[in-house]
Write a protein that binds this ligand. Sequence first.
Ligand code: HEM
Length: 492
Amino acid sequence: DNNQWLPEMHQFVDFNDRTEGSSNGGLPLCYTDEFDGPLTNNKNFMQDITKLNRERIPERVVHAKGTGAFGYFELTHDMSHICKSEFLRSAGKRTPIAVRFSTGAGERGSSDFNRDSRGFSVKFYTKEGNFDLTGFHTQMYLYKDPLRASTIFHGIKRMPGTNLYNFNPYWDAVTLVPETLNFILNIYADNGIPLNYRHMPGFPIHTYQVENECGDYHFVRFHFMPDAGVKTIKTQDAMTLGATDPDHAIKDLYEAIKRGEFPSWTVSVQILTMDDVHKDGSNAFDPSRKLSSEKYPLHPVGKIVLNKNAKNFHEEIEQLAFCPCHLVPGILGAPDKLFESRVLFYKDTQLYRLGKNHNNIPVNCPLHNIYTYNRDGMPPVGKNGGDDPNYFPNSYNGPQPLMNKQSNCTSEARCPGLIQIKESPADNTDQIVEFYNDLTEEGREILSENLLMPLKTIDQFLQKKVVDIFTTNLPDLARRLAKGLNCTLQSN
Ligand code: HEM
């Protein structure tokens, strides 16, 4: 076998350290100079094209465009009174983190300025394993019923036939799942488009159940607020910059970190007791609603600081995989159905996008104590567990699934696990009305202008459906939209 090309092909060139004019390791630049025969016999050429052809992996089904960075979470306030997680004990402790920011609907090549949700995901590499929080830049998600997923996901994507964007399915989905309007009004408002990621807040939305050493339960909603303040961009500027500088948010984050201006966020929680949960019922867990900050004020917990860019985007950011199922002792997840659906959804999509062993990719791998029953399969296989027990349960002291671990509770016998809640049909109209009422006259005018942009392009019967939906609760907005769309207002 003629291996003459292999050593050169495998030589790595560090482009960052390369000095001008330095050698590239002597790779031949023109294959035909070296070899006159058929190209299929040219190992260099064949290696090159077969590798190039296999460079792409599927992009994320949503949140495909994004960027990320690394840093640490510093605990400023000990939380052990409500949560026994190691990384939330002893103020001053630092835990390494990876963060990925993203836009929601657009593809990998789309603009950072689209009017859309933004993702803010954090992976905490704690000593007890990885804890993932995936958040939005809004305090609520679009809907609460997990069966709405394909209506909404297909509604925000391109038309299957023409492959063009068309607002008909989007607004059809909105009118069929009207609780989405709580989210829609937030992103169509004057301050709905984040200027960049450094000035963007993050809200993991679900109300997580946490447990302390005594087995007492509390419930928390996390908030990440940028220390540099929240900044947004006006519609016209977003449209102009979206055309001229579509990667603005990615560049802005990368360059700030490179300059040594490390962005940071204050992490806080709203805390609910079991009594609060009994009083509020399933509203306390409804992801299509925000939680009142007057009723449940923010308690500071710590800081997120990003001080390191990725060295290789594909390796460290594209392959990052967050999952709501990545939990640590003390954090049990959220008891609502949408959360349950996400545990299944993210795992399944990552099995497809990155393969069975995606948790062996270094950026997804816990930093400490990796014991798992996962074995074999396609690379990356990693350490593969030696001869440790590879079945559960076993009598050889193999790892325990988190949910099987009993708490150290001595005071009270408790059944460990998430509480059961009975969910009612979605109802967030009160928050929609409150949001609109809090806007100034100018804010209302801008909101209706922003809404009219897509609404003017959709089918007439859908325009009427949208106006009708607002007529009962937001007659003022319905009037503005009906005027802009030239349609008759339903009398109520
Ligand atoms: C509170 C509600 C939700 C929030 C805050 C949220 C947030 C996010 C974020 C931030 C990402 C990007 C993760 C990354 O940076 O790699 C993401 C990805 C994703 N989300 Fe959600 N999401 C929510 C609900 C849902 C629901 C209900 C579904 C489906 C039923 C869903 C399906 C997905 C999928 C498939 C991905 C791509 C994951 C990957 O390929 O790695 N999300 N979500």
